[in-house]
Design a protein around this ligand. Structure first.
Ligand SMILES: Cc1ncc(COP(=O)(O)O)c(C=O)c1O
Length: 495
């Protein structure tokens, strides 16, 4: 049904789950059930004062009338059906354990232990966790590397074709599109190729929950006919933190298996307020999405144009579209680099916060990424531009000079020696970081965000990776996934 049709619009005005939750709270039924704060009565006043009584009265989990996330049959089923219609999927599932749980479920639903799956190496850490849980054996595909930006984009049709040819026994293909930086793959072509070779197409579209709702945005993975798709509604739309959607389309994947996997990775006490926020967010997108997103897009375009006029500042725009691995670009992502002034992304991040009083989403060695969403107005983006101008006026000695080091580039991906699950469950030894070259990691070491592992379980430490991790440490990035976050030691497979 078309988004513009009258019946669609009338139906999508409904918010069955949000309405049921409000009705329950208004009913003032005396609770002898969880949560223990009993709709706010027992919560410490310091917290209550901040978050308010009405919020707390909605902090419920699965009482009669509010359905059951693990086996939805009533209002939640109705709300999920509306989401599926809004996104053009056959089934949509509400997630309260983040997009991570959706990625885990997709991989586990598609693969049994030992099954081969093609995975872009610049996938989010949740994909590597999915490989450990499922026991699937990855074939890592090399994303296109943009040397001038020092940034990985997506997988090209050529890379996919090569991998499909070399691994005809693979069961599924995971694609990540768009990247954290908003760069999108040629999804229609890639999904068609995956289906033509008889495999299942899984798409981690955590960063594209809005694509379906505006013609100026890249094609959505559901519209490109992918079998399973994850969308982080909490990242770029208006639902509450931790909430996401998993969409299913077609019949290449067993729906009951998907639902079983979701149950494995989901709390048995889902927060009803989180669920209601997905319902409200879906309604907002289906009924006003194009208008709201249109404003966000033009705000981002104006901001980008303004930033690009500043001397010494690089801000990615549509000129990269058409480069390998960059089939399209989400205009609402503003990716900025002050590299030419010798500043790392981490330094720019700090300066923007301390001097400009703005907090950006992501920083890496070279860039910072600002998200412009339906919630922003000129006031906020002006502050961002002002912040950059303030940095430009500062004396140059603010930089630590790290970008002049020869290791200041992204390293080659390390070689895979064992499957992630094999390495994760194998006996390990803890050794000094500088002695790790040639050893196989049992850990997933990543800077967060973006959460793409520099090394994953089963991969071999190389000098390149060690130099890079050392540089990241020096640059002050947040290293996660390791037993020793100071990186003085690492855990490796004991052979
Ligand atoms: C590409 C990608 N997939 C999945 C996730 C996981 O999302 P969540 O934090 O909602 O679990 C992220 C998080 O940043 C991501 O960047």
């Amino acid at each position: 049904m078309k988004i513009s049709s009258k019946i669609f619009q009338e139906e999508q005005q409904k918010t069955p789950y949000l309405d049921a939750l409000i009705a329950y709270a208004e009913g003032k039924i005396v609770p002898f059930h969880v949560p223990g704060h009993k709709q706010g009565r027992g919560i410490h006043p310091k917290l209550k004062e901040w978050i308010g009584e009405s919020y707390l009265s909605l902090d419920l989990t699965e009482v009669p009338g509010l359905d059951n996330l693990s086996q939805p049959k009533e209002v939640l089923r109705e709300a999920m059906n509306l989401a599926a219609k809004a996104y053009g999927a056959d089934y949509s599932y509400f997630l309260v354990n983040g997009s991570s749980s959706g990625v885990h479920s997709m991989i586990m639903a598609a693969c049994n232990p030992g099954d081969k799956i093609l995975v872009p190496r610049n996938a989010h850490k949740s994909a590597f966790a999915g490989l450990i849980f499922s026991g699937a054996v990855p074939v890592y595909m090399k994303p296109e590397f943009d040397f001038s930006l020092q940034m990985d984009h997506t997988i090209t049709a050529e890379t996919l074709a090569e991998n499909l040819e070399q691994h005809p026994d693979s069961k599924a293909v995971l694609l990540v599109s768009p990247t954290y930086y908003g760069v999108a793959a040629d999804l229609q072509k890639l999904v068609q190729m995956i289906h033509d070779s008889g495999k299942i197409a899984l798409v981690d579209e955590a960063w594209g929950p809005h694509f379906h709702f505006h013609p100026k945005l890249p094609i959505s993975a559901v519209d490109a006919e992918a079998d399973l798709v994850v969308n982080s509604t909490h990242k770029l739309l208006s639902s509450l933190t931790q909430t996401s959607l998993l969409h299913l389309k077609g019949n290449r994947i067993d729906r009951a298996r998907v639902e079983s996997c979701l149950r494995l990775f989901t709390t048995t006490s889902p927060n009803c307020l989180l669920l209601a926020s997905i319902d409200a967010c879906r309604m907002q997108m289906a009924t006003q999405g194009e208008t709201l997103l249109g404003k966000a897009i033009s705000l981002a375009e104006t901001t980008r144009a303004e930033i690009r006029q500043l001397s010494g500042v690089q801000c990615i725009g549509r000129e990269i579209v058409g480069n390998p691995g960059a089939a399209d670009l989400d205009p609402t992502r503003v990716v900025i680099s002050l590299r030419s002034l010798g500043l790392t992304g981490y330094e720019v991040d700090d300066l923007l916060r301390t001097v400009g009083r703005v907090q950006i989403e992501l920083s890496d060695l070279f860039h910072v990424v600002a998200l412009i969403t339906i919630s922003d107005s000129e006031k906020e983006v002006d502050q961002l531009v002002k912040g950059i101008k303030q940095i430009l006026k500062m004396p140059p000695q603010k930089s630590k000079g790290l970008l002049e080091k020869k290791e200041a580039k992204l390293p080659d991906w390390p070689p895979l020696k064992l499957s992630p699950r094999e390495a994760f469950v194998s006996r390990h030894e803890t050794i000094p970081f500088e002695k790790a070259s040639g050893k196989i990691s049992t850990e997933l070491i990543t800077t967060y965000p973006p959460g793409i592992p520099a090394i994953a379980p089963g991969e071999e430490f190389t000098k390149d990776i060690l130099d890079y991790l050392w540089l990241e440490q020096e640059a002050g990035s947040r290293i996660t996934g390791v037993a020793d976050s100071t990186l003085q030691t690492v855990r490796v497979v004991k052979l």
